[in-house]
Design a protein around this ligand. Structure first.
Ligand code: NGQ
Ligand code: ZN
Length: 462
């Protein structure tokens, strides 16, 4: 058994003193014991306070390599849709090797930021001209391999993308790398399961891209196929990010997207509705009640001009949520939580909006909720320091200027809200292994060199 002793650790009931963590060789916590009189003989000591690692519930890995390259006006009415055109042009150039190098570097950045799990909403399946690779999981497999190379926990969600718009519109030419059928998607999952069997560090699910990209019949076929092998596997979908898609859904389907999904499918805790941005009061309450996780990607949603999710009403209704870095314009759960609260402050002209009667400290409430909802979205046992969960945690730097001389009750507030330079995250463990030490990933230099080489190729022929 492996052990680590921490003077302070954030357990399911909050900060506790003198905690001993014990975990097995397969990376699973076996026992978590607080209130020891002293460190047991021979136990290693954590260099600072411990908090659970955060799950990142939404990622398109390849988009990391274009972060910062679309911040100009490509169009007199620049919008989400013109960004998407640029993004498709970029997606068209990625080779399998590029994707591996980009994903490895991205996961280094995630781990350094304290994201210890990621859900990959993976939709680039085919060669640039739409030709099938010999292995249907050629590209998805590179992403799963990148997770295992870097140490981040992986939920791989191959994406079903069939149509370019509501009413089964034919796909566009620049979507041909993405296009698939439910059967094609199940073959990808089969191939992935053979090459990288599901274990504590990897899980498979599916992602119907959006209601504009699938039909009711194909979504049903996909879920039936998935349920035949894994009836509780996660299902993620982009649901209501842009008002144009809400309007198109009302026009063709007669209901708003979240309402339509709730009416037509058994939406429960295995579902993650990414960008549930545009919901009316009924949808907000019904979504909260369903047990599904709202996948909030605040920095990307701000960057793309999506809109503001009604977080106050949703949390009042006890809705589950988690955060994701999505397009990777930022890779930092602290910014996601900060922006979640700040959007509400700016819109409502109040402070500390997302506190609750039983949880007066906003950062603590949002952190605990994002751990729980994020973990649910991964379909893996993560996001908590207790027996049975994966041994994933962050060691904070208590000497950091944002934390020094404070007591534990304000640490998370400072971690989330203070933006002064330098991260207060010191070490990061996944599956009980220290993958980040003193702010550096164990393979950082090499993986950065690979990333630079891939970028050089990609940007040279742009
Ligand atoms: C995506 N991104 O799948 O990467 C999408 C754009 C689409 C966001 N929704 C593509 N942020 O929506 O068709
Ligand atoms: Zn997305």
């Amino acid at each position: 058994m492996n052990t680590l002793f921490a003077e302070h650790a954030y357990l399911p009931d909050g900060w506790r003193r003198n905690v001993l963590l014990e975990w097995s060789g397969d990376g699973k916590l076996q026992r978590v014991t607080p209130d020891l009189p002293e460190a047991p003989d021979g136990a290693a000591r954590a260099s600072g306070p411990l908090i659970p690692g955060m799950p990142n519930l939404h990622s398109h890995a390849f988009q990391r390599a274009m972060a910062g390259l679309t911040e100009y006006r490509a169009n007199p009415t620049d919008s989400f849709w013109s960004w998407r055109d640029l993004m498709y042009r970029f997606a068209a150039r990625i080779t399998p090797d590029d994707l591996g190098a980009i994903a490895r570097w991205l996961y280094v950045e995630m781990l350094k930021a304290g994201y210890t799990s990621v859900c990959e909403f993976h939709y680039v399946h085919h060669a640039p001209d739409g030709q099938r690779y010999g292995n249907p999981a050629e590209l998805a497999g590179r992403v799963v391999q990148a997770a295992s190379d870097t140490g981040i926990g992986m939920t791989m969600l191959p994406v079903l993308y069939q149509y370019s718009g509501f009413g089964a519109q034919a796909p566009r030419d620049d979507q041909r790398r993405f296009i698939n059928t439910p059967e094609g998607l199940l073959r990808i999952i089969d191939a992935l399961r053979r090459a990288h069997p599901e274990r504590g560090d990897v899980r498979y699910g599916v992602a119907p891209h959006s209601l504009r990209a699938v039909s009711r019949a194909s979504l049903r076929a996909l879920l039936e196929g998935l349920d035949a092998t894994s009836a509780d596997a996660p299902v993620h979908i982009h649901i209501a990010e842009q008002t144009a898609e809400v309007d198109a859904c009302v026009e063709t389907e007669g209901a708003r997207p979240v309402q339509w999904l709730l009416d037509n499918f058994d939406v429960n805790a295995r579902w993650c509705l990414v960008h549930a941005t545009h919901v009316d009061a009924n949808e907000t309450a019904a979504l909260a009640k369903s047990g599904a996780v709202a996948g909030l990607c605040l920095t990307t949603e701000a960057n793309l001009g999506d809109g503001i999710f009604p977080a106050h009403a949703y949390l009042e209704a006890n809705g589950a949520f988690g955060v994701g870095s999505d397009s990777h314009i930022g890779v930092d759960w602290r910014s996601e939580l900060r922006l979640l609260e700040y959007g509400q402050r700016l819109a409502r002209r109040q402070r500390n909006v997302l506190a609750a009667p039983h949880r007066a400290i906003v950062a603590d409430r949002l952190f605990a909720a994002a751990l729980q909802g994020g973990a649910r979205a991964t379909g893996r046992a993560v996001g908590t320091l207790e027996a049975g969960a994966r041994a994933d945690w962050i060691v904070l730097d208590a000497e950091h200027p944002n934390l020094a001389e404070q007591t534990p009750d304000t640490w998370l507030s400072s971690v989330v809200f203070c933006e002064h330079g330098g991260s207060p995250i010191r070490d990061v463990y996944t599956g009980g292994e220290r993958v980040v030490e003193d702010g550096r990933h164990r393979d950082e230099a090499r993986l950065y060199a690979d990333y630079r080489a891939a970028l050089a190729r990609l940007l040279a022929d742009s």
